[in-house]
Write a protein that binds this ligand. Structure first.
Ligand code: DU
Ligand code: SF4
Length: 218
């Protein structure tokens, strides 16, 4: 997976960012490759994000690690009892997840944090394989509309029938569960754009994580 070069635009970007770097990380060796998912292989909760951040997971090599989105997400997982520590700064930082696996719809950092629909679909087979290695999953928590859309395609790729009609709509706290595949639960994305503006607050993500847990327990 970390050798994948299927998306030329993303390969070029992940490698350019890893070469040019951000001044604050000039001494670091950037990962510059696809960021694999991470967590508890016995997870019942899958947290699905958008894509690695250029100077986050594309630098550290672990999903949501080393950027503000990850700060917010892993702190929330820690409050929920799903992570052993509130911070996620490097691959060797001792972080372990409980009952949770974190991944992203697209595995390579996209320019402007915006993968194309083609790139989303090209990366889907990696998510299918990842899912096969997580046999205990009970719920997919989608961070943002892009992950929600990817999860709907993942469901099809995993052999389940199309969802709807009507097509399930993403929203914060939205739940889609027709019994044909894993329930999808929506949560606004943990990007700074949302967390710094108050669109997504700590209590809001705490509520959704509690909901995810309840679904997993159900
Ligand atoms: O060493 P391993 O069991 O193959 O785990 C791979 C990866 O997953 C490692 O970086 C720790 C993490 N992990 C976790 O976060 N929680 C667990 O319960 C088991 C493994
Ligand atoms: Fe491969 Fe996915 Fe990266 Fe595209 S985004 S190059 S499919 S790992």
């Amino acid at each position: 997976m970390t050798e994948c070069r299927a998306c030329p635009r993303l390969v070029a970007w992940r490698e350019e960012v890893a070469t040019v770097k951000r001044a604050a990380y000039a001494d670091e060796q950037y990962w510059g490759r696809p960021a694999p998912g991470f967590g508890d292989p016995d997870a019942r909760i899958l947290v699905l994000g958008l894509a690695p951040a250029a100077h986050g997971a594309n630098r550290t090599g672990r999903v949501f690690t080393g950027d503000r989105s990850g700060d917010f997400l892993y702190a929330a997982l820690h409050r929920a009892g799903l992570a052993n520590q509130p911070t996620s700064v490097a691959r060797d930082d001792g972080l372990a997840l409980h009952d949770t696996w974190v991944s992203a719809a697209v595995r390579c950092a996209p320019p402007a944090n915006k993968p194309t629909p083609d790139e989303r679909d090209t990366c889907l087979p990696w998510a299918v394989r990842e899912l096969e290695l997580l046999p205990r999953l009970r719920v997919v928590l989608c961070l943002g509309g892009f992950a929600w859309e990817a999860a709907l395609r993942l469901r099809r790729a995993a052999g389940a029938p199309a969802a709807g009609p009507p097509k399930p709509r993403f929203g914060h706290g939205a739940l889609f569960d027709d019994g044909a595949w894993l329930p999808l639960l929506g949560c606004f994305h943990v990007s700074q754009q949302n967390t710094f503006t108050g669109r997504l607050t700590e209590p809001m993500i705490d509520d959704v994580l509690e909901q995810a847990r309840a679904i997993a327990d159900g």
